[in-house]
Design a protein around this ligand. Sequence first.
Ligand SMILES: NC(=O)c1ccc[n+]([C@@H]2O[C@H](COP(=O)([O-])OP(=O)(O)OC[C@H]3O[C@@H](n4cnc5c(N)ncnc54)[C@H](OP(=O)(O)O)[C@@H]3O)[C@@H](O)[C@H]2O)c1
Length: 273
Amino acid sequence: MKKAKLNNGTLMPYIGLGVFRMEDNDESQKAIETALSVGYRHIDTAAVYGNEDIVGKAIKNSGIARKDIFITTKVWNEDMRSGKVKEAFESSLKKLETDYVDLYLIHWPVKEKFVDTWLEMEKIYKKGKAKAIGVSNFKEHHLDELIKSASIIPAVNQIELHPYLIQQSVLDYCKRAGIHVEAWSPFAAQKTNLFSEKILLDLADKYNKTPAQIILRWNYQRDVIVIPKSSNEDRLKQNLDFFDFKLSDNEIIMINSLNKDKRVGSDPDTFTF
Ligand SMILES: NC(=O)c1ccc[n+]([C@@H]2O[C@H](COP(=O)([O-])OP(=O)(O)OC[C@H]3O[C@@H](n4cnc5c(N)ncnc54)[C@H](OP(=O)(O)O)[C@@H]3O)[C@@H](O)[C@H]2O)c1
């Protein structure tokens, strides 16, 4: 499993399992266990997904040592608004049945709250209870504001990123600041026909891969960590298998040309939750 080196030296697998919309039930737990059995060692959850407990159970059942699995979770907006960051973090640890997380993220940049939240997260980090801390859904101006008050630069910024929203300026900013970018909804699968794009189909043909694997490879070559969600064993395996071919620089540019600055999720400046 190839790993990215974060700005504090923490190693983070380039591919993880996203578990958003996996409900808190046996079927989802089984899907997470399947993912671990086929080779996933990185899981992306969040307090608001309501499934940290099945992530914890699946990890326990897998028999894989805790230290060999990278767990990300996130502090939810309401907990930021009520100033209960420490309590929210402790509740996540309890549900995940662990005494530390590998990465703790601010889920959304809640106005007038994210700086104070970050200062609480720095305390959690300094106690060793999160191996790295970072943010999600931050634009450049959010990062500017955070960095002014921070003593720790975020290790990761997890953002919506796919060929219809290539996020080049955030990527460039983060690279300059030493922040690793992570792509959520890498397939923009809920509301688009991305997999039917001719450029992706032609590249899939050329490399004997699927459009999904071409997208995963494009991310990897842009140094972006990915967390696709799947509950299907074949697709789980497929999504791990993109390290054995290389897109040319021109092919990366061709995929970049699909950009429409089109979001499938909320805009971090106007979200209403
Ligand atoms: N930080 C944030 O605000 C935020 C927001 C949204 C999401 N996220 C994170 O990002 C993760 C991924 O995002 P997402 O779940 O929205 O979207 P996604 O991973 O882009 O797409 C998931 C969809 O693609 C399908 N799929 C998976 N692999 C496939 C393949 N190889 N070929 C064809 N279809 C495939 C899945 O169906 P099957 O299950 O049937 O395979 C599912 O319907 C989430 O689970 C969550 O952890 C974070």
